[in-house]
Design a protein around this ligand. Structure first.
Ligand SMILES: CC(C)(COP(=O)(O)OP(=O)(O)OC[C@H]1O[C@@H](n2cnc3c(N)ncnc32)[C@H](O)[C@@H]1OP(=O)(O)O)[C@@H](O)C(=O)NCCC(=O)NCCS
Length: 149
């Protein structure tokens, strides 16, 4: 299986959207505080094109990563934020996300990023393991509270 990592282009957007739809469903992430929708994909692509990458296998998009750089007025450092990362289910566990992340990290370095951040639901075991493997440390624990009306 030959997998190529490349920058996302406009023609990839529908495929990226549909992969995300299959992964970030409300059944899998019932209390996700952010939503996966067309606007998310198009706005990240418009604003951070250099930091949006796809993995391609036999001409087909099988995964994606979308990042952004955050600068805070009170901090001299730049932060890289991994906003969305997803790999089609049948291609998972074969190193695709790892390669996507490594490419994004390389780009973050070119942008002068000092710290990379990601937020993950505590129940998302796969993603927690993934970021541990990539040498992320756990930091503050945020608790999302909810109230049904
Ligand atoms: C998390 C996700 C992106 C990982 O993608 P992937 O291509 O399967 O990951 P990789 O094959 O590159 O795995 C790299 C490492 O992550 C860890 N990992 C990945 N999937 C795992 C799983 N199902 N169980 C345990 N560890 C896992 C392992 O340490 C693995 O290294 P190893 O293969 O040497 O054991 C994928 O499961 C996914 O798309 N999940 C749904 C979307 C999501 O939760 N995104 C993250 C938040 S935005």
């Amino acid at each position: 299986m030959i997998i190529k990592i490349r920058e996302m282009c406009i023609d990839d957007l529908p495929e990226v959207f549909h992969i995300g739809e299959s992964l970030f469903s409300s059944e899998s992430f019932p209390i996700m505080y952010r939503t996966w929708d067309e606007y998310t994909v198009t706005s990240l692509f418009n604003n951070n094109k250099d930091l949006c990458l796809v993995a391609e296998c036999n001409g087909k998009v099988i995964g994606f990563i979308m990042g952004t750089v955050i600068e805070k007025p009170q901090s001299p450092w730049k932060y890289g934020y991994v906003v969305w990362l997803g790999v089609r289910k049948r291609y998972q566990k074969s190193g695709v996300a790892s390669r996507l992340y490594d490419s994004l990290e390389g780009k973050f370095k070119e942008f002068g990023v000092r710290i990379v951040l990601a937020d993950i639901e505590a129940t998302n075991g796969k993603a927690l393991k993934f970021f541990e493997k990539k040498k992320f440390e756990r930091t503050s624990i945020y608790i999302w509270v909810k109230k049904s009306l």
